[in-house]
Design a protein around this ligand. Sequence first.
Ligand code: ZN
Length: 159
Amino acid sequence: MAYVTGSKRSSGCVFCIPAQPDRAEDEQRHIVYRGAHAFIILNLYPYNPGHLLIAPYRHTADLESLTAGESAEMMALAQRALRALRTDTGPHGYNMGMNLGSVGGAGIADHLHLHLVPRWKGDTNFMPVIGGTKVLPELLSATAARLRERLAEVEEAGE
Ligand SMILES: [Zn+2]
């Protein structure tokens, strides 16, 4: 619990969520998977369907401050997400990365998050059109519900 009580939470931060499981909160905020140190959440402004964000529970902007446990779990969650997306919509490829600092392009620079964007052949033409566009909440809820199932299946089948 040290990382929970010791972190400086920002009340307005969309990535500051309690580590305790909460089904209602998961549905409201489109959280699709919770680990011990980090979680997976849908991007509300997806570049492509299934655009996921992986973030530590701890409010930090500093990649160098991540503990070994936080770093390892973020990568493990990325692997889990890749397996879930493969069985869900079968993307042809992915973009994965972090924008550090607002100058680096981070929309929310104060709380680290890793982008995982599914890519399909030929999607480059409409990417600029839908990029940064908020999709309907009902669509997000449906995607979130489906991915929650896939992510849970991965857990059962894998490790
Ligand atoms: Zn935060």
